[in-house]
Design a protein around this ligand. Structure first.
Ligand code: 0A1
Ligand code: ZN
Length: 877
């Protein structure tokens, strides 16, 4: 940890980027593997960068025990500066071979960054700045080198030895040790480096690329989970075929590895040809994984695979450009899932996820553009903004340029930049140049902070016989938004006639009837669009397909929302209309107004249920209410109890009033044939479980009996977990039995136990605080395992507002205590959890003061990690 007085750490600024003073063309690494003490020798072929002023060779390193530094085989003069974690090597000629030897301690590494231990396996995580915890190196993504890696270790403990690229040689050594040499011919930044050593079982398959090359696909897990790798393997093959088909991109090496680990800070990591995955995004079988897990695995496998081109072949110049690879790769994985499953439902899920996770970031103390301007700890910027909003920004290129135009832009991007470390501006230029388009103004999307608003209004111009749509845009108040100006905002619009049929959208002055969905591009603060041949009462459907990541302000009547929810041709627009209608009803209930439109909502839900046979997955999306957390987003002060009570009341009303239809759906959707994880089957289970939940919310007499039967009879995790959640969350008779049964049945399965923890942590009841405290002592819980922390503490703090905000502050205290410990164990995971206090100012005085106290306590902690410090400082500011 770097030394520090009372001064806050100085941030790194985007504008201060300077090219490196030294290049590294090639690295030879040797690992003498051992869990307590691993010796790492590095030989770097370095070359002075003639384009910048001469500077001594400066390498980054963190927590390394340096044994030796040499230049061309001779001992070198060097200066190790603990404070800024650098090693300055004096007297390096223009070109040289610089050797370092260090010792690191994998077993002690609980931060899971660098070289660490998971079970009996040793493995690495280098993104973003973990390579410096393994060896001295210019650890920045614009320094790209080829790597040759020799791994040596005990054969019994580490029978499998993997690194990037191709295996060149293996062999025996003395004392029961063996070695393997790996060579990666593609120059790569250090963050894509990886090794794995351990006792692992392998599932092998092959994929033949469209140019006829055979690629070996090898998946590794602990021996006991080898039977759970098939779905991930199938997903990889689908991803490989899809990327060839949609983007013309083929895999480039002879082998592709996937390794599953239970100890991982994030979802997965795209290390060149050696992808390392959090086990939860690899392992699946019918009994232990839900349909949602199956879909998530398919999408994360795709995401990491797609990074091979968008991230690895073309990488980021500096970490401010993170969205260059992440926004683009998320966009690609979203498109993949849309093609594999249902595009409409996928779009709804992505937008709903954006609104639930990214909107709060945009409105919070850490708000940043998709391309941040400054950071203290880069690990804090792997955010929904960089990833999810970044993907929406990429989607806008496609919306503006069309699918073919977007493809032309991608082709040019790879043609120009293959093998380079580049910027978001390079990407935008490729899009513009390939299409002869002017995308200068589009750059503002990379600089603006917060969620923009588009205000819309309509009127009918009798004299001209035209319907007039006015759009105006505005950015939220933020110092960084002052000099941005108007954004380029694609807005898709349509209109419905009084029978809810689509109308052609024709601009005034056009001679031919226009399309049913029209793309308008708002480039000014304000604009007016005139349409001809539309009746005065045409119902506008605005921002179809969520064509831009903005908040739309338009004053629909509740009746019109119900019409859109029932009949719009755009699934996203239907979902958003239903959302707005339910938000309106909930708003009235929260404020205690007697007059509300619940009847309209009930009617709209009845209509959805009635027609749900056609698309049960879409129906399931439509039949949902915003969460307490989402309802809290736009309120200040927040009254969690009132929000929760309103939700319970409305769900109860819906459950009771729709009881017959829900029962009928539950019956008609019962499985007919063999179980399959595919979309249509999953969709039936999904709606069926929504129906069960609503019946329980309605307090129906036999809900407990139904839920228990559903639990006992389940032949898959989707149904079992849904029934389990219903029993526990509604405290139905049988809940205690189910808790015990679930625990016993899955005691040996870490990933399923995560679900068991999460269900209890998210019960909307004040007593959940005590449950969580008790469960922290459970044998299956470990504070040093990120999945456990996320499923018990993270779920509690982020997804259980009722208990987290308990009036006596017990929830805050619990999370504060955990944070204090996590700060020493795993700052990255701790920093994410710390954001649960971000909105402390929006609560009543008592709660607000108690949340603030937790933040202040952390801020005052000696040796607080930069990760948590950055979050806490921003929150208190
Ligand atoms: N690049 C990975 C995400 C990732 C980021 C950081 C990590 O460790 C600090 C690990 C993984 C992805 O987008 O999948
Ligand atoms: Zn990624």
């Amino acid at each position: 940890m770097s030394a520090r007085g009372d001064q806050p750490r100085t941030p790194v600024l985007r504008q201060e980027y300077r090219p490196p003073a030294w290049w590294v063309d090639h690295v030879e690494l040797e690992f003498d593997l051992d869990a307590t003490e691993t010796r790492v020798t590095s030989r770097m072929s370095v070359r002075r960068n003639p384009e910048v002023d001469a500077e001594p060779l400066t390498l980054s390193g963190a927590g390394l025990e340096t044994k030796r530094v040499e230049i061309d085989g001779e001992p070198a003069k060097f200066d190790e500066r603990g404070a800024d974690e650098t090693l300055v090597v004096e007297g390096v000629p223009e070109r040289a071979e610089v050797t370092t030897e260090v010792v690191v301690h994998p077993e002690r590494n609980t931060a899971l960054e660098g070289l660490y231990k998971s079970g009996a396996m040793l493995l690495t995580q280098c993104e973003a700045e973990g390579f410096r915890k393994i060896t001295w190196f210019p650890d920045r993504p614009d320094v790209m080198a080829t790597y040759r890696v020799r791994l040596a270790g005990d054969r019994e403990r580490f029978p499998v030895l993997l690194s990037n690229g191709n295996c060149m040689e293996t062999g025996e050594l003395d004392d029961g040790r063996h070695f393997a040499v790996w060579n990666d011919p593609f120059p790569k930044p250090s963050y894509l480096f990886a090794i794995v050593a351990g006792e692992l079982s392998e599932l092998a398959d092959t994929f033949t690329t469209r140019s006829g090359r055979e690629v070996a696909l090898k998946f590794y897990s602990e021996p006991e989970n080898i039977g759970q790798l098939d779905h991930a393997m199938e997903s990889l093959k689908k991803s490989m075929a899809w990327d060839e088909e949609r983007f013309g991109l083929e895999y480039d090496l002879d082998v592709f590895h996937v390794v599953a680990t239970h100890d991982f800070n994030m979802g997965a990591m795209e290390n060149k040809s050696l992808n390392i995955f959090n086990a939860r995004y690899v392992l699946a079988d019918r009994e232990t994984a839900t349909d949602a897990d199956y879909e998530a695995i398919e999408s994360v496998i795709a995401h990491e695979y797609f990074h091979n081109w968008t991230g690895n072949r073309v990488t980021c110049r500096d970490w401010f450009q993170l969205t260059l690879k992440e926004g683009l790769t998320v966009f690609r994985d979203q498109e993949f899932t849309a093609d594999m499953r249902s595009p409409g439902v996928k779009r709804i899920q992505d937008v709903s996820d954006l609104m639930a996770r990214q909107f709060p970031e945009d409105a919070g103390p850490m708000a940043h553009p998709v391309r941040p301007e400054r950071y203290v700890e880069i690990n804090n910027f792997y955010t929904a903004t960089v990833y999810e909003k970044g993907a929406q920004v990429v989607r806008m290129y496609e919306t503006l340029l069309g699918r073919d135009g977007f493809r032309r832009g991608m082709d040019l991007y790879f043609e120009r930049h293959d093998g380079q470390a580049v910027t978001c501006d390079d990407f935008r230029r490729a899009m513009a140049d390939a299409n002869d388009a002017d995308l200068e103004q589009f750059e503002r999307w990379y600089r603006q902070v917060g969620t923009p608003t588009v205000e819309a209004s309509t009127r009918y111009d009798e004299s001209a016989g035209e319907l007039v749509l006015e759009l105006a845009q505005r950015l939220p108040e933020h110092p960084d938004n002052r000099n941005i100006g108007a954004l380029m905002i694609p807005v898709k619009v349509g209109f419905l006639d009084t029978d809810n049929r689509p109308l052609p959208v024709t601009l005034s002055g056009e001679s031919e009837a226009g399309p049913e969905t029209r793309l308008l591009v708002l480039t000014d603060e304000k604009a007016e669009y005139r349409f001809r041949d539309l009746p005065a009462d045409a119902l506008p459907s605005l921002l179809r397909d969520y064509s831009a990541p903005v908040k739309l302000d338009y004053d629909w009547s509740s009746r019109d929302l119900a019409r859109l929810a029932g009949f719009d041709s755009d699934p996203f627009s239907r979902w958003r209309a239903m959302r707005r209608l339910s938000e309106r009803v909930l708003g009235d209930l929260i404020e205690g107004r007697d007059e509300h439109d619940a009847e309209l909502l009930i009617e709209a839900w009845a209509a959805v249920l009635d027609g749900s046979g056609e698309d049960p997955a879409l129906a399931a999306e439509l039949l949902s209410l915003p969460s307490v957390g989402e309802l809290a987003q736009d309120r200040d002060p927040v009254d969690i109890e009132a929000i929760h009570a309103a939700r319970v009341e409305l769900l109860g009303l819906l459950g009771r009033r729709l009881e017959n239809a829900l029962r009928e759906r539950f019956d008609t959707l019962a499985p007919t044939g063999e179980w399959s994880s595919e979309g249509p089957d999953a969709a039936r289970r999904r709606l069926r479980n929504v129906a069960l939940g609503l019946l329980a919310s309605g307090g129906c007499d036999d809900a407990a009996e139904w839920a228990s039967k559903h639990y006992d009879g389940a032949d898959n995790m989707t149904d079992r977990l849904a029934a389990f959640r219903t029993l526990v969350h509604h405290e139905l008779e049988g809940a205690q039995d189910a808790l015990a049964d679930f625990e016993q049945r899955f005691a040996d399965d870490q990933l399923v136990m995560d679900k068991w923890f999460a269900v209890q942590a998210t019960r909307s009841d004040e007593r959940a605080v005590d449950d969580v405290r008790r469960l922290m002592d459970h044998a299956a819980f470990r504070l040093n395992n990120p999945n456990k922390v996320r499923s018990l503490i993270g779920a509690f703090a982020m997804m259980n507002p009722v208990a987290f905000h308990r009036a006596d502050g017990a929830g805050y205290k619990l999370v504060g205590e955990v944070l204090d410990k996590l700060d020493d164990i795993n700052p990255q995971v701790g920093a994410r959890l710390a954001t649960s206090f971000n909105r402390w100012r929006a609560y009543d005085d008592k709660r607000s003061a108690m949340m603030k106290e937790q933040l202040q306590k952390l801020a005052a902690k000696k040796g607080l990690s930069p990760d948590i410090e950055e979050i806490v400082t921003a929150a208190l500011k």
